[in-house]
Design a protein around this ligand. Structure first.
Ligand code: AHR
Length: 512
């Protein structure tokens, strides 16, 4: 009897009471969505750099410019990638930049002790990375070695890439390498995960290191305008953030980074493609944790910096599963399914909605590693569902974020629930409104009523990414199994916009 009653109550709430409504204040936007939220990350790890971005200039089978793969550049240009982080990750705290400059045949051969102890021939170094960024029209973001490097090494790296020609032997070396003018690299990360692979430091120890690095990388008053990013927490450890905000003089700090991966269980991550609905639900639950990570950090940062001068930078995020079977040297190589499209859509919505403080983010990682947008196999290349979400969402870059109020149904699994729908909206410089909507529910479509407050918009078009099965993905044999299609499920009825979102789908609407 009790069970029947419970079922009736659940049915009633799921189907009668529950509904999805969104109210968007079209004229009340005040924050610009920084395009750097749509940034990426590339580490010397598996086949992200070697065999991914970089195939070597003697490669005759794959078209390249100075060894940088051209089909990848073409595909990435469509994403409008604004910023690319390099060389790590954990690798950054083992990387000595001078090993990667000068004639290639004289470069030091080192060991990548962070990832698989493979031999690192340093053929892809600073000049190659900065050329790659120029080819992609992306700003570079360099992570300096705090754990295993010195302050002098970091300061000299800044001089090598940024100082005027002729200022020192470092800029002479730059000139000998064929590059006369400085690159003017703005973004500099000071270490990586210093609480773990970056040196297992306490926050107090890290802060004293940070202050030295941040001081000597710049002139006394940072006339170079470097944007220095301190290592923040990788969990909901807001005390770490509080210590950074309290103890680092504000003139030395422009950003704080956080990392968050959507992992079900670090010791049992599960397959990227063979997963149950329970595993799917738990991944989505982990992805939603990003909201808590960001609001918790924002709360602390607001306490010390109400003017929001210091940016929150989510410089590693994405789904993390077991590597593909038989992927051998391709460390952390994983496939990418509709589950990853859900992670991407919901995470980017969270970032957009926190545009006032989150001013950069970097998907981990761009190619062949973790939640990649591109996978390669020799001369073949595929675009993943995550690629398509990033491409659909690039309309939000540098647009005005529109505040929205969302009431959503719940996606219930067992005793647990998450929001079924999430959304963000923006208005671009031509007055076009874009709304990105995600229905993470694995089995149920969602009807959403959207009120565009105080507006006269009448025309709606859109694109959708959806598929038959959550596990669907693109392969080298079927590269277009999952691609965006025109969306016809939105219409204006009276003053409301009514949208029907199929289960596990991502939609971006264009409203004029
Ligand atoms: O992205 C892979 C690794 O994850 C990075 O090297 C590290 O920073 C993080 O733990």
């Amino acid at each position: 009897m009790r069970i029947v009653f419970l079922c009736v109550v659940i049915f009633f709430f799921e189907n009668v009471v529950a509904q999805n409504t969104i109210t968007i204040a079209v004229d009340k936007g005040k924050d610009i969505i920084n395009r750097n939220i749509y940034g990426h990350f590339a580490e010397h790890l598996g086949h992200c750099i070697y065999g991914g971005f970089y195939v070597g200039k003697n490669n005759k089978a794959i078209p390249n410019k100075n060894g940088i793969r051209l089909d990848i550049i073409e595909a990435l240009k469509k994403l409008k990638i604004p910023v690319l982080r390099w060389p790590g990750g954990c690798f950054a705290d083992n990387y000595h930049w001078k090993d990667g400059i000068g004639p290639k045949n004289k470069r030091k051969q080192t060991e990548n002790v962070s990832w698989g102890n493979v031999r690192e021939d340093n053929s892809f170094g600073t000049n190659e990375f900065l050329q790659l960024c120029e080819m992609m029209n992306a700003e570079p973001y360099l992570a300096v070695n705090v754990g295993g490097g010195t302050v002098q090494e970091a300061a000299e790296w800044v001089q090598y890439v940024n100082h005027a020609n002729g200022s020192s032997y470092l800029t002479d070396i730059r000139q000998q390498s064929g590059r006369t003018k400085p690159w003017h690299v703005k973004y500099w990360g000071v270490g990586n995960e210093s609480w773990d692979c970056g040196g297992h430091m306490t926050v107090e120890y890290y802060i004293s290191q940070y202050k030295k690095f941040a001081t000597f990388m710049t002139s006394y008053s940072n006339t170079e305008g470097l944007f220095r990013i301190a290592v923040g927490p990788g969990t909901e450890d807001f005390k770490w953030t509080e210590a950074l905000m309290r103890d680092i003089p504000s003139k030395l700090l422009e950003g704080i980074s956080i990392h968050h991966y959507s992992v079900i269980n670090w010791s049992k991550k599960g397959s990227a493609t063979l997963f149950s609905e329970e595993e799917y639900f738990n991944t989505i639950k982990q992805a939603y944790r990003m909201e808590k990570m960001i609001s918790g950090n924002c709360e602390v940062m607001d306490k010390y910096d109400s003017g929001k001068k210091v940016a929150l930078v989510v410089d590693e995020w994405g789904g993390w599963y077991d590597s593909e079977p038989n992927s051998k040297g391709a460390i952390l190589y994983q496939q990418n399914t509709m589950r990853d499209a859900m992670i991407a859509g919901l995470t980017l919505n969270i970032f957009n909605n926190h545009a006032d403080r989150v001013r950069m983010a970097n998907l981990a990682q761009c190619i062949n590693v973790l939640q990649a947008v591109i996978l390669t196999k020799e001369e073949k290349m595929i675009l993943t569902p995550t690629y398509h979400v990033m491409e659909m969402y690039n309309v939000h870059q540098d647009a005005m974020q529109l505040p929205l109020q969302l009431q959503t149904e719940k996606y219930i699994f067992g005793k647990d629930t998450v929001d079924a729908v999430n959304a963000s909206a923006s208005k671009d410089k031509n007055g076009i409104v874009h709304i990105s909507l995600v229905n993470v529910h694995a089995t149920k479509q969602q009807v959403i009523k959207i009120n565009l407050e105080g507006s006269t918009y009448k025309n709606v078009t859109g694109r959708i990414l959806q598929s038959e099965r959550l596990q669907d993905h693109n392969t080298f044999d079927k590269p277009e199994a999952v691609v965006p299609k025109p969306f016809t499920g939105a219409k204006f009825a009276a003053n409301l916009l009514e949208v029907v979102l199929p289960p596990f789908s991502v939609v971006v609407l264009k409203i004029i």
